[in-house]
Design a protein around this ligand. Structure first.
Ligand code: MN
Length: 485
């Protein structure tokens, strides 16, 4: 059993469904030709359509439709050849039209699936309910002036895909795994850059709890507009515990919209949750129903890249990696490409270890992405070759790697310059072993008395004495021979 919350009256299960707003990668907006770039001067990317000037008519951007279909195919979802744009009516200062053009009854994409990679090599399928297209609203700026608010309409009309999951997630970990997987699929497809800090991927979480064994769902609260995976996980955890406490104290959970305060790590009520009928949806009379052909869909299908899931299966079959390692490598296309370049003609497990451990650790530490890795895949490959042909020990290779990462350079040249070549001269190693034994008579006695662990200590001493250049396996054998006869 996964994530449960213990209550006085028994264990509670957490039920989560996510609604993700993903900004479509497109030069132009959904219904106008205005630009969509992030960080532009306020109100510099606004057409008359985006500003809702009377008489302006929306024109659907075909590229955005193709991007949404591509995403639907990547989610193994049903593509609806007929879908309908509707007006979702509400008032807000940053929504000059007075309605958002969205899809409601007839979305472009129907049910699909995402496979989660969970710890311990487990996987689980999560249902996608639908994907529909809609336009973004503008942005109210409340922090520029003490008494006035400003409106920036650059985001008005920016193309979005709203991707709705089924309530198949069972806690914060699931939600985190879902978001990471969805983001990796979107990036792989090239339909959304997944950049949460810039608002290209925003998440609303529907959270409810129920007693283990209960068949029906209880009332849910919706937490709005979370912009990091960590916040999503924290918000779900807080909200689930809060609801359990409400029930345990005999109370009732309200259907409401809540906000997550990331500074306090708490959710708080914003407004009682509106229902769909409050928005008075109706088909937009300015837009015809969206009809696409099966050929259009098939053409996009033929151009799909290898998706993370397929790549993972290929890595498992071809390289006999663990499911976990394969999952880590395929999460970003660039990491997978880098790994494949290193693994070409080499032991894949070793290549995976270097990419997942040494390289990723350094990249994380220096905040660098793998495309800009200071160590190229060719050079990492050469370094691995120096270990496999026994020129250097693994310990020395780590030293060489650190130098390559910090200062660049060819691994063989670094090995030569630093004198790190593995000592193959058995005489030299033997001298070192003899010296270390002679200097440590007490430990030597321990080994002879049967303390096998102390052998490891001796190996460490010899490695130190030889500057990491001896072969630890050979040292171990030699020590055993000398000490135990
Ligand atoms: Mn929406």
């Amino acid at each position: 059993m996964g994530y449960l919350i213990e209550g006085e009256s028994g264990d509670w299960e957490v039920v989560v469904g996510l609604e993700v707003h993903a900004q479509i990668i497109s030069e132009a907006k959904l219904f106008s030709g205005a630009a969509t770039g992030f960080g532009a001067e306020p109100n510099s990317q606004v057409s008359f359509v985006d500003a809702a000037m009377p008489g302006m008519l929306p024109v659907i951007n075909e590229h955005c439709v193709a991007q949404a279909v591509r995403t639907g195919l990547g989610l193994q979802a049903k593509i609806n050849l007929l879908s309908v744009f509707e007006r979702k009516n509400y008032f807000y200062a940053d929504l000059p039209q007075g309605y958002q053009i969205s899809q409601f009854k007839h979305p472009l994409v129907g049910e699909g699936t995402i496979t989660l990679d969970l710890p311990d090599d487990a996987t689980r399928k999560v249902g996608i309910e639908r994907l529909h297209m809609e336009q973004d609203a503008g942005k109210s700026l409340h922090d520029q002036d003490a008494v006035r608010s400003f409106i920036d309409l650059n985001r008005s009309g920016v193309p979005l895909m709203e991707i709705v999951s089924k309530p198949d997630l069972r806690g914060p970990e699931d939600a985190g795994a879902y978001l990471r997987k969805l983001r990796s699929i979107l990036r792989c497809l090239g339909t959304c850059d997944g950049n949460m800090e810039e608002g290209s991927l925003r998440c609303d979480c529907n959270v409810s709890v129920r007693k283990v064994g209960e068949a029906d769902y209880r009332t849910r609260a919706e937490i709005k507009n979370l912009n990091s995976v960590r916040f999503v996980m924290q918000a779900i955890e807080f909200e689930a515990v809060r609801q359990v406490e409400v029930y345990e104290n005999g109370g009732k959970v309200n259907q409401e919209t809540r906000l997550f305060d990331s500074a306090k790590g708490m959710t708080r009520a914003m407004r009682s949750k509106e229902f769909a009928h409050d928005y008075r949806y109706f088909p937009d009379p300015d837009l015809l129903p969206l009809e696409i052909s099966q050929e259009f869909v098939d053409g996009i299908k033929a151009s799909l890249p290898e998706l993370p899931e397929q790549k993972k299966e290929r890595f498992l079959a071809d390289h006999s990696l663990s499911a976990y390692d394969a999952g880590v490598l395929v999460a970003e296309r660039e990491t997978a490409d880098f790994f494949e370049a290193v693994a070409e003609g080499r032991d894949a497990k070793t290549a995976a270890n270097w990419v997942i451990n040494q390289l990723s650790r350094e990249l994380n530490r220096s905040g660098e992405s793998i495309e800009n890795s200071p160590v190229s895949s060719q050079d990492l490959g050469k370094l691995i070759d120096l270990v496999s042909n026994k020129t250097i020990s693994t310990a020395a290779a780590k030293t060489v790697f650190a130098i390559m990462y910090a200062d660049g350079g060819d691994p063989a040249a670094i090995v030569a310059a630093k004198g790190l070549t593995q000592i193959t001269d058995t005489g030299e190693v033997e001298t070192a072993v003899d010296n270390v034994i002679a200097e440590n008579p007490d430990q030597a006695r321990d080994v002879r008395d049967g303390k096998d662990k102390t052998i490891g200590w001796f190996v460490g001493q010899v490695m130190k004495a030889t500057g990491g250049k001896a072969n630890p396996k050979a040292v171990n054998e030699l020590l055993r021979k000398k000490l135990l006869g």
